[in-house]
Structure formats: C-alpha cells, structure tokens
Design a protein around this ligand. Sequence first.
Ligand code: ZN
Length: 118
Amino acid sequence: MAEIINKDKVWINPREGNSRIVKLIEIKQNLHFCEDNGKKIIIASEQLLSPEECQVCNFCGNIDIQKEAWVGANSGKYEDEIEECSYWCGECEVHPIPIMLNEYLKINNDRTNIKETN
Ligand SMILES: [Zn+2]
C-alpha cells in the first residue's frame, strides 16, 4: 500500500553537488515519488532530508554550505569534524551560522509578512 505524504523535503544530489526543495508525494515499496517544479521524479531515501534536519546558511538559505573537518594527510579520508568549526557559504561567500531550513523558512515568511503589513 502506498503512503501519501505531500510534504516538503530537501533533495541532495551528491554526484551533481546540487540540492533543492521538492515535495515528497508518496512512498511506494521504498520508492520516493517527488514533485520537482511540476515534474514527477523518483529519489532514493538517503538523498532526502526533511527541513527539520537540513542546515542552511542563515543569510541566504543556501543548502550547499561547508564546514571544516580533519582529513587524513595520507589517506585523504574524512576523520572527524572540528569543534568550534567555521562554516562557509559559497553563495554569499561569508562564514554563516547554520540554521535549520524550517527555521529559515519561518523567519523569511515572518519577514515577508512584516513587509506586507507596512
Ligand atoms: Zn549564504
């Protein structure tokens, strides 16, 4: 039986290095049917995040932010993250304080509402 979801999710494509918000329509036998700009696409579950678990740049909302990490000098392998690490947003080229996407959307909607009532 198909589970009808109809909820916003973030699609991270590791090969293309891009990401965007898609609407998760339904889950059928581990296949995730999503709507991306009116187009139906199927996405693997490990490539989907909910807005509550996706960090974005607090300035521009960019999903593709980076953070500092320790990488093995010889192995080139990711070892650990750095405590008190610095983040980087390639979109606005600043060091952002990451926030969750649902918070960012809420703040932006609030800002929009303030503008509309003025
Ligand atoms: Zn940014």
